[in-house]
Design a protein around this ligand. Structure first.
Ligand SMILES: Nc1ncnc2c1ncn2[C@@H]1O[C@H](COP(=O)(O)OP(=O)(O)OP(=O)(O)O)[C@@H](O)[C@H]1O
Length: 586
């Protein structure tokens, strides 16, 4: 691990600690309990010393009984404060994890398409679950252990120095050595702990892919190969986890050894002092008891060290997402998008996807007129979806500008812009819930009448009303239980229910039979006249192309021709070729 990586994981941990501010009262409760616990612990050997020297040695049974009673009180107090400390530190940790989970989710929702294009879903899931859990357990357990250890060390060292400074100095000499060993453990092994989390993310990736793609896996009879792939990654996870164990194994026995050596020193040197009557037996017993209390914190810090290293690595991974730049955001003086006159202008637009080597759009220029239905046609990969992606600012052009009624789309408030653009995507995403909830996704307060109207337009109402539960039918995860065409029509109904001015249909009737597609198209034509200023349809069917007021013909990112069906038939050999090869005849 490089120095800078080390620093940033420690900086990430510091930020986690700053997050404690919003839970300061609960955290304070934990620290207060801890201080009281330390006092109760520190007092116990003194009760011992008093009981032995003034009770047993002085043959005073009252003192013996009193000291025994006091020890019971001290034990009860220790139990109580221990409970308070654990309860409040756990509560604090839950609060911190709650905040981080929410922050991460909100950030993931705000991050631009370009971020999600590059990020691995499973790694993001691991960050939102396992990494946050590591941080939670650090706050709930390791942090309070370390604070407790430091407070105990300072308190007990002071008491030991007061009791017998020579013996105390000999004993305390072990502390810097232990501190050095632990620091070395941290700096050497930080990256190993980070690798464990990455490996877990990779393992989750395969799991996730296989769960989502279970049908493909079975259809291609790849179960055993997928199991082998999973096992290989699982082996790697074990290997890297074992590395952390080796690191722990190489460090902690030395600390244990050191702690045992101190006992030898105390019994040897302290015993000699007792013989010379420079130290009472009670004091030696008390000193030895303190020794346990002083070694315990060192060991606790030792045990907490791997968890802290792990939490630091996890915190770094979580903050990496929280700090990721949101590329597409509102400008400071963003204006709301209210109405649309229908003049959409692409002005010398070039666009390259982040990380791509070639441009997906090259110097594309066109302008629509109000109420036009624009069909975009082209071979696969020619840039059709990319054109429509630039309108709601899923991406911003690399060069040039996209304007609506003369305003650059970047001038608009993003939420108002997107809420007035209705899109039916190429791939349909449904959410688990009822059909009604799915159709009303963007307008949860829609009435049943509105929902039915949208469903009728999308030619899905008859199907839904024949279901036993009708609109209250629960659809499975990602719409399992529905055919591709049914899913697509629900997606169309969902879009129709939004308050759109601009409508974009990206291949949205591709999974519907030709007759239904024509019915949908006719209903859409009516709606377009009522609600829409401009509609874009990525065309796969000759009927769509024929109905369009204008066709934009794309080829390898270039807008090579535009015009009506008849014009293009006359002028563009590519158009005729595409229609013949790609568009399914009706
Ligand atoms: N998220 C992305 N990241 C990088 N490159 C992309 C991304 N999406 C598309 N591309 C590339 O940009 C080019 C244009 O893609 P686009 O999706 O616009 O094509 P299309 O004409 O809609 O294709 P299809 O008809 O197959 O849907 C393609 O070469 C594609 O590989």
């Amino acid at each position: 691990m490089t120095q800078s990586q080390d620093n940033s994981s420690i900086a990430a941990l510091q930020r986690v600690l700053q997050g404690l501010r919003s839970h300061r009262y609960v955290a304070l409760g934990a620290v207060l309990s801890l201080i009281l616990l330390t006092i109760a612990t520190a007092v116990t050997p003194q009760i011992f010393r008093w009981g032995i020297d003034q009770g047993i040695a002085a043959k005073n049974s009252t003192v013996v009984w009193e000291s025994a009673a006091l020890m019971v009180v001290a034990a009860l107090a220790r139990g109580l404060f221990n409970f308070g400390q654990t309860f409040w530190s756990e509560s604090t940790s839950q609060g911190v994890a709650y905040d981080l989970r929410n922050q991460l989710f909100i950030k993931l929702e705000t991050l631009s398409f370009s971020y999600h294009d590059r990020a691995q879903t499973s790694q993001l899931l691991t960050r939102a679950t396992s990494d946050i859990e590591q941080i939670r357990s650090f706050i709930g357990t390791s942090l309070i252990q370390v604070i407790g250890a430091v407070i105990t060390l300072v308190t007990i060292s002071t008491i030991l120095l007061i009791m017998n400074w020579q013996l105390a100095l000999m004993t305390l000499a072990v502390l810097p050595i232990a501190a050095w060993i632990l620091t070395r453990f941290f700096t050497r092994n930080g990256s190993v702990f980070q690798r464990v989390q990455e490996q877990l993310g990779d393992l989750n990736a395969v799991l996730q892919e296989n769960l989502i793609g279970v049908r493909a896996v079975k259809a291609f009879v790849r179960e055993s190969q997928e199991a082998t792939r999973y096992t290989a990654l699982n082996n790697e996870l074990i290997a890297v986890s074992m590395k952390t164990l080796y690191a722990i194994r190489n460090t902690f026995p030395i600390i244990f050894l050191l702690s045992n050596l101190i006992t030898v020193v105390v019994i040897g040197y302290g015993g000699a002092q007792v013989i010379r009557q420079q130290f009472s037996i009670g004091e030696l017993v008390a000193f030895n008891s303190y020794l346990l209390f002083i070694l315990q914190p060192i060991l606790l810090i030792g045990f907490a060290a791997p968890a802290i290293a792990q939490a630091a690595a996890s915190a770094q991974r979580v903050y990496e997402v929280l700090d990721a730049e949101v590329e597409i955001r509102d400008r400071p003086n963003a204006i709301p998008f209210r109405t649309c006159g229908g003049r959409i202008t692409f002005e010398n637009v070039s666009f390259r996807y982040p990380g791509a080597t070639v441009e997906a759009l090259k110097n594309v220029s066109f302008e629509t007129k109000p109420n036009e239905l624009i069909a975009i046609l082209g071979m696969t990969g020619s840039g059709k979806s990319t054109i429509v992606n630039l309108l709601p600012r899923f991406y911003d052009p690399t060069e040039g500008a996209v304007r609506i009624d003369g305003h650059d789309v970047r001038e608009f408030n993003l939420m108002s812009l997107r809420s007035h653009i209705g899109i039916v995507f190429q791939e349909t995403t449904l959410f688990s819930g009822t059909l009604r909830e799915n159709i009303a996704y963007a307008k949860p307060d829609a009435t049943l009448a509105e929902i039915i109207e949208a469903a009728k337009t999308a030619q899905i109402h008859d199907f839904i009303s024949e279901l036993p539960e009708g609109y209250d039918t629960v659809v499975g995860e990602r719409g399992v239980g529905l055919s591709g065409g049914q899913r697509q029509r629900i997606a169309i109904a969902r879009t129709l229910l939004t308050n759109y001015h601009i409508l974009i249909l990206d291949d949205s009737t591709s999974a519907v039979d030709a007759k239904t597609a024509t019915q949908i198209q006719t209903a859409l034509d009516d709606l377009m006249e009522q609600k829409t200023c401009t509609a874009f349809v990525i065309a796969q069917r000759i009927t769509t192309v024929r109905n369009a007021d204008r066709i934009l013909l794309m080829d390898q990112g270039l807008l090579v021709a535009q015009g009506t069906h008849e014009e293009l038939m006359r002028n563009s050999p590519l158009y005729s070729a595409i229609l013949e090869s790609q568009v399914k005849p009706t």
